[in-house]
Design a protein around this ligand. Sequence first.
Ligand code: MLT
Ligand code: ZN
Length: 474
Amino acid sequence: MPDASLLNAIRAIVGDRGLLTAPSDTAAYVEDWRKLYRGQTAAVIRPGTTQELAAVVKLCAEAGTPVVPQGGNTSMVGGGIPAEDGSELVLSTSRMNRIRDVDPADMTLTLEAGVTLKAAQIAAAEAGCLLPLSISSEGTAQMGGILAVNAGGNNTVRYGNARDLVLGLEVVLPDGAIWNGLRRLRKDNTGYCLRQLFVGAEGTLGIITAAVLKLAPQPKEIAVALCGVPSVQAALALFTRFQGHDAASISAFELMSGLGMSFVLRHIPGATMPVETPSPFYVLVELATPRPNAGLRAMLEEILEAALTDGTVLDAAIAESDAQRAAIWKLREEHSEAQKREGASVKNDVSVPVSKVPAFIAQATAACEALIEGVRVVPFGHMGDGNIHFNLEQPVGSDAAWFLAQDHAIMDVVNEVVRAFDGSFSAEHGVGRLKPYMMPDWRGGVELALMQRIKSAIDPNGIMNPGKVLPAAE
Ligand code: MLT
Ligand code: ZN
């Protein structure tokens, strides 16, 4: 347990408003939004600046007290939750929420870790640019955490993952030193690419405190449709058609199931279906271009008309206004929340080659249904990049705790199918504290040894987010 003298020294750095110790104040920081992981901490530290954060980390390093960096606390895998024994301090970046610079000429946005993705998108838009990153939790998720897990989201099919947008980083290292790598260069081959070491490391190598992100031109024409399709195979066929017409204009291609959609319609106020025919699966396709009047709407109509004629699509609705576009996106973005309200669920965040998505979903569904009678399979997600949230909802009327206790058994059968397609068990949510046990089997040998050597070189005393990503040393 961190002692009182450490907390007093920290208070001297961050002030009263930067240090929360009352259990009623720290409660929201020690439990994840799905209420699956609950830890304990003596304090939540909320520094206001990078210098304050660095001074706090230096003190913790000297005291040998581990720290758990936390952004918006939207992790799906418990990545920002401290251990149960109360030995770790939570370091929240939420007060470090300044936009430092927006440069429409360089097309860059420099911001601090605590800026929410939504606020970052708005700052980019006000400068006439697009921050091409969008995830369901963007109103709450903070950029530091997003970069730490290398979030993917809805636009990966077009713009890549978070790491593809990072030009520069500022990081506080485990000894409290500040690495200022806030460069905005498009080319920089001066030695190892350090910034990419910290992106996706989930706070186990250091704390990202600021970043320079690459922006894109703002779209001038956007067309969105919701399509009911008879099968995942048909969804793939539709994707291939859009790619054949104009691959560069696809900014999102999202898959949902009829069951997942029924959860959204049941639990999310204001959710309405724009198509009439109930379908086994649905696709949300978004096309966007920075060219005005580029004819995207006409292209969308042409492709959907042909697909309706040959049965690839059963029903479709094209958004006629911004409000309709938002209403269609709401059906997709509320999937996680609706699933949570429906009951207990076990999440798998996997990726396979895009062409293998139909076979993966068919085989993983069969494996889960054979494992647990009545389990409700809810696959959805980013079909255009091969990342499927293969989530399982508890059987109707079953006990939630009984169902959740089978999480490893469920993840293991799903991941055996993932392995057969040479996929990944952690596509965009991270490894967190849920999945380090899988690492030896999946990234064992030379790869895991290399990761462990990097960890011990940068964080020799193991004070940065212990127990996350890598399995505990034997
Ligand atoms: C999403 O894409 O909505 C989230 O990453 C998903 C999840 O709940 O697994
Ligand atoms: Zn996702």
